[in-house]
Design a protein around this ligand. Sequence first.
Ligand SMILES: O=P(O)(O)OC[C@H]1O[C@@H](O)[C@H](O)[C@@H](O)[C@@H]1O
Length: 291
Amino acid sequence: EHSPFEQTKGINGLDKIIVRDGRGASVEVYLYGGQVASWKSEKGEELLVMSSKAIFEPPAPIRGGIPILFPQYSNTGPLPNHGFARNRFWAIEANPPPLPSNSSAKVDLILRPSKDDMKIWPHKFEYRLRIELGDGGDLTLTSRVKNSDGKPFHFTFALHPYFAVSDISEIQVEGLHNVDYLDQQKNRARFTDHGKVMTFNSQLDRIYLSTPNQIRIVDHKKKKTIVVHKEGQVDAVVWNPWEKKVSDLGVEDYMRFVTVESAAIEKPITVKPGEEWKGILQMSVVPSGHP
Ligand SMILES: O=P(O)(O)OC[C@H]1O[C@@H](O)[C@H](O)[C@@H](O)[C@@H]1O
């Protein structure tokens, strides 16, 4: 049977998968981190940002694309910052448990903990990630976290897309009006966002709590809107580092991206033995002004 994806080597010989949808849209995924590194529209336009100084050398995480932050968001627990899934080698899963899906442009990955992982997070799990291109080139990441252990576990989590924008000063983020957030620049103090839309003119790092399912990044220059739709992950992180020094980010890279992360942070997710948690992140690009 014809494989729906191509297996190849990426930067520094790291295993990479390319999924194409037949109309020109594509997504590239590194097994290292289970990390999407590129997502292109039918016209070949890159929709994600990879840092110009990204390090493709394990155990460093890759700066750009869509890192998976699991089983701990940021420094909210005892694990290394953002957990360990982003710097582990994931595997291709040939016969995953079925999911409702009508696309053949997809790849299924799986992460299981190693013995060393179990020392820092003593829970047996299977994290299944489906990465799939839908009609019109939209990209969907479906996460399934199964507890294959004898006791319940909790985790916090985020999918961290670096969305490409024409210019950070020209965009608006919509959908967070009157939503509470924790300001990560102020010790995670809690505020309510009273702005109708969000604009950017300096460093911003917020965890929005229990947000609507849909958040939109309106790019006036490109006349395009990135629609972020999430299920099963109630929070959303919005981040742009601006002038803040990030060692593996080019000095001007911040101008070209914003992260809008689907997350579960305030209320950790609990999975009982034998049970599975599922979350969906769907990203699409539409002409601005459309619903
Ligand atoms: O540098 P890291 O570990 O990849 O984290 C990047 C950013 O990730 C975001 O989720 C956080 O809100 C930021 O505070 C953080 O700086």
